[in-house]
Write a protein that binds this ligand. Structure first.
Ligand code: ZN
Length: 425
């Protein structure tokens, strides 16, 4: 048994040397082969829902001595929380959670999506980078710690989370359970960049109403599609305006995207209805209601000739930002620097994530790139998985440095060690 704290750098280097590249890739191939497609609003069936992945993670971790608990946060939808027992907490007890979502986007039009393959130093398949690669890295962390049989100075948790790709219900359930950690690392595909902030999202429907009439006498009606086109010009102006304000140092500007236009039934009927579905990325501090008001103002006022209704946001993901100077930032920076990660400066994650819902301070850092996520050719470089595993291991060994943490932006107080022990296995 080793004592890791006499010469931390030397010990960490030995841990990192124990990372087994082939085992790491094999874990990811296994995970890709276990379909866990997010069913969105449908009930889960064979290939959807997180159960298979949760069972696999629990099976592997239990063999390594971890205490695991799977919870069902909605019918057929699951989270997994695993805890490494035997923490040595001579100093102030600290806790670190390695978290990752177990669901993926769909596999339609993606031949061989579930046949994880290893080729030219990469692993291919649905979920390869978003984000089963990080789950495989967490398993490798557990394998290395088990081989070294060293009690960590703090509590290490692994969280497999459901429903990240839609409504973040898994992360919300975890946050509401009261489980807290002094630091959470989410291994989303950040290209091994440390992301201190993540954009949120709010989706809205704009419903335009006109008056239907015979297509041969269009002047007797009001064409809802033409009104919508008029309004789309206002969106363009609004989008241009966004480019010149709200600049966030890590996330840049918010953006707006028109995603869907639906309207009309036949070429010879003046359409009475048109629906425009759009989303707006949110910066920390912005709320869906305030953004809705801002867009309504940009669209102007409906009148007798042009009638529309802008609904409240029907799909939202909260933005997130780690408070400045939080020790989690320094822990991960030091762990990455020791692992020769080229860029250890703070970055922003442009996509939405679970970050805001844990109720604990969060950083995003993981292998793979958003350029491949959700694509029909998803892959991750095994070298990057090895690097990420080394950084997660070093961060776990540095847990005592998470002392004097403050809360995340969600308003939940930071705690010393994992709180609400009754809620965890
Ligand atoms: Zn993801």
């Amino acid at each position: 048994m080793e004592t890791p704290y006499e010469n931390p750098a030397e010990v960490a280097a030995r841990y990192v040397d124990s990372i087994d590249r082939d085992r790491l890739a094999a874990s990811l191939v296994d995970l890709i082969g276990l379909p866990s497609i997010n069913p969105f609003d449908a009930l889960p069936h064979d290939n959807t829902g997180e159960r298979k992945v949760a069972d696999y993670l629990a099976g592997r971790l239990q063999k390594l001595g971890w205490a695991c608990r799977t919870t069902e946060f909605a019918p057929g939808r699951h989270n997994l929380i695993a805890r490494l027992p035997g923490a040595r907490t001579t100093g102030p007890g600290r806790s670190l959670m390695l978290a990752g979502h177990m669901d993926t986007v769909e596999t339609t039009g993606y031949p061989g999506a579930l046949a994880g393959t290893v080729r030219d130093g990469r692993v291919y398949g649905r979920g390869a980078c978003d984000m089963k690669a990080a789950l495989a890295c967490y398993l490798e962390v557990a394998e290395v710690l088990a081989e070294r049989a060293t009690p960590l100075n703090g509590e290490l948790l692994i969280a497999g989370v459901g429903d990240e790709e839609y409504r973040q219900e898994g992360a919300k359930a975890l946050g509401e359970s009261g489980l807290r950690a002094d630091g959470v690392i989410i291994g989303e595909p950040t290209e091994l960049k440390i992301c201190h902030a993540a954009k949120g999202l709010a989706a809205y429907d704009l419903t335009v109403t006109g008056t239907a009439t015979h297509g041969s006498v269009p002047h007797h009606g009001t064409n809802a599609i033409l009104t919508a086109v008029d309004l789309l010009n206002s969106f363009t102006v609004y989008g241009d305006r966004l480019e010149h304000r709200h600049h966030h140092p890590l996330l840049g500007q918010p953006t707006v995207n028109i995603g869907v236009i639906e309207g009309g039934t036949k070429p010879n009927i003046v359409p009475s209805r048109c629906r425009v579905r759009f989303s707006r990325r949110l910066l920390p501090g912005e709320t869906p209601a305030a953004v809705r008001a801002e867009i309504a103002e940009a669209l102007g006022t409906p009148d007798d000739r042009r009638s529309w209704d802008l609904g409240d946001a029907w799909w939202t993901v909260e933005p997130y930002e780690l408070p400045d100077g939080h020790p989690l930032g320094e822990v991960l920076r030091a762990a990455a620097a020791a692992g020769r990660v080229a860029d250890t400066a703070p970055h922003g994650f442009p996509a939405s994530s679970d970050a805001a819902y844990f109720g604990s301070p969060v950083l995003l850092f993981g292998p793979g790139s958003l350029a491949q996520a959700h694509s029909l050719d998803e892959w991750v470089a095994i070298d990057d998985m090895v690097t990420a595993t080394a950084v997660y291991l070093r961060a776990a060994l540095m847990m005592p440095k998470l002392a004097s943490g403050t809360s995340g932006t969600s308003g939940t107080s930071g705690t010393s060690g994992t709180s609400e022990r009754d809620e965890a296995p």
